[in-house]
Design a protein. Structure first.
Length: 343
């Protein structure tokens, strides 16, 4: 079986790494394409995954359209003639279009019902869509998804990140961090360059939170790009992490996570590290999933976030066990079935 996997965002590397390793170990032929954006290439190299670099990310709507169009053009030349049996992606804009055009069965993993443009451009073209039960499937149908193509599972996509996770309890020492406080808070700024979030990439909702909490805890910042690093440079007790790093061990080692994004917050919930989401956009269903289970606190009020953070530092929440479906197996079962039956 020949599988084409397209990776368009950094968290997708951790999502797909164990699927890629499993397929290769089974003797399957895997083609991985990846655009140049954030730490995608560095993470692929860190996990020793061979890939073909195709395209890059655009900042403005004009740039995004041009880059995506150019990427489709380049990917077609690569994939055409490869005799791909099945294609797999997570929120890739280009893969569903190319797969549909070339007659390749496609499996699409979705976890963001708020990404309006991306969902309209992709969902109508996918043969199967794997989506968490926390998302209202009527919303996906409004984007053009055929309800017969939707494969539901209980949980969120971040479960895949820990399939082969080995915790490094010495991660802070390995990073040579000089920590002055007994408590440590990991923070992740907002995805300022994403098409679904209209914010200034030179500012962050985390700034006033950092100013207040840096006096009681070590602050670790994991920026998405250079401009975000510059926001927090030179602040006492604030350490800017340089990717790629073992974020999973950092999350587990930290006393608290405060995130203005999504992926890292949900990873923290899975690892049972107290987490506060201050994502500046609408609450995603996958975030509400963990809020409902008591594993995530959600607030856009700065004073409330600070107050809750101080509470968590002193009194962390108790462990909450949850049961989820095996997303890894769901993906593999559908990949092999699609390759065999075509739809």
């Amino acid at each position: 079986m020949k599988v084409w996997i397209d990776i368009s965002n950094a968290p997708h590397v951790r999502f797909f790494k164990d699927v890629i390793k499993y397929l290769e170990a089974e003797g399957e032929d895997v083609i991985v394409t990846a655009r140049q954006f954030g730490d995608i290439h560095k993470l692929l190299e860190m996990y020793d995954i061979d890939f073909i670099s195709v395209g890059k990310h655009g900042v403005s709507l004009y740039d995004k359209l041009r880059e995506s169009t150019q990427r489709v053009y380049n990917l077609v030349d690569i994939i055409h003639g490869e005799r791909v049996d099945v294609a797999l992606s997570k929120h890739s804009i280009e893969l569903p279009r190319i797969s549909f055009g070339l007659g390749i069965p496609s499996l699409y993993v979705l976890d963001n019902e708020k990404a309006l443009a991306a969902n309209k451009l992709t969902l109508p073209l996918c043969d199967r869509i794997i989506a968490p039960t926390s998302i209202d499937f009527w919303q996906l149908m409004k984007f053009g998804a055929d309800p017969n193509t939707i494969i539901p599972y209980d949980g969120t996509s971040e479960l895949m990140h820990f399939k082969s996770f080995e915790y490094n309890d010495n991660i802070f020492d390995d990073l040579n961090l000089e920590l002055n406080h007994s408590k440590t808070i990991l923070m992740r700024p907002e995805p300022s360059l994403a098409s679904y979030l209209d914010v200034d990439c030179r500012k962050s909702v985390l700034s006033p939170i950092v100013d207040e909490l840096k006096n009681v805890a070590n602050i670790l910042i994991l920026p998405r790009f250079k401009e975000q690093s510059e926001i927090f440079e030179g602040i006492e007790n604030v350490h800017i992490l340089k990717p790629p790093v073992d974020t999973s061990s950092i999350i587990k080692k930290s006393n608290l996570v405060i995130g203005a994004g999504g992926t890292m917050n949900r990873e923290a919930a899975i690892l049972q590290t107290p987490v506060i989401s201050c994502y500046p956009g609408e609450t995603l269903s996958v975030d509400q999933y963990y809020v409902n289970k008591g594993l995530m606190y959600r607030s856009n009020d700065t004073d409330d976030v600070i107050e809750k953070a101080l509470e968590y530092i002193v009194h962390p929440h108790e462990k909450i066990e949850i049961e989820t479906d095996d997303l890894f197996q769901v993906i593999l079962d559908n990949l092999y079935d699609l390759a065999k039956n075509g739809n």
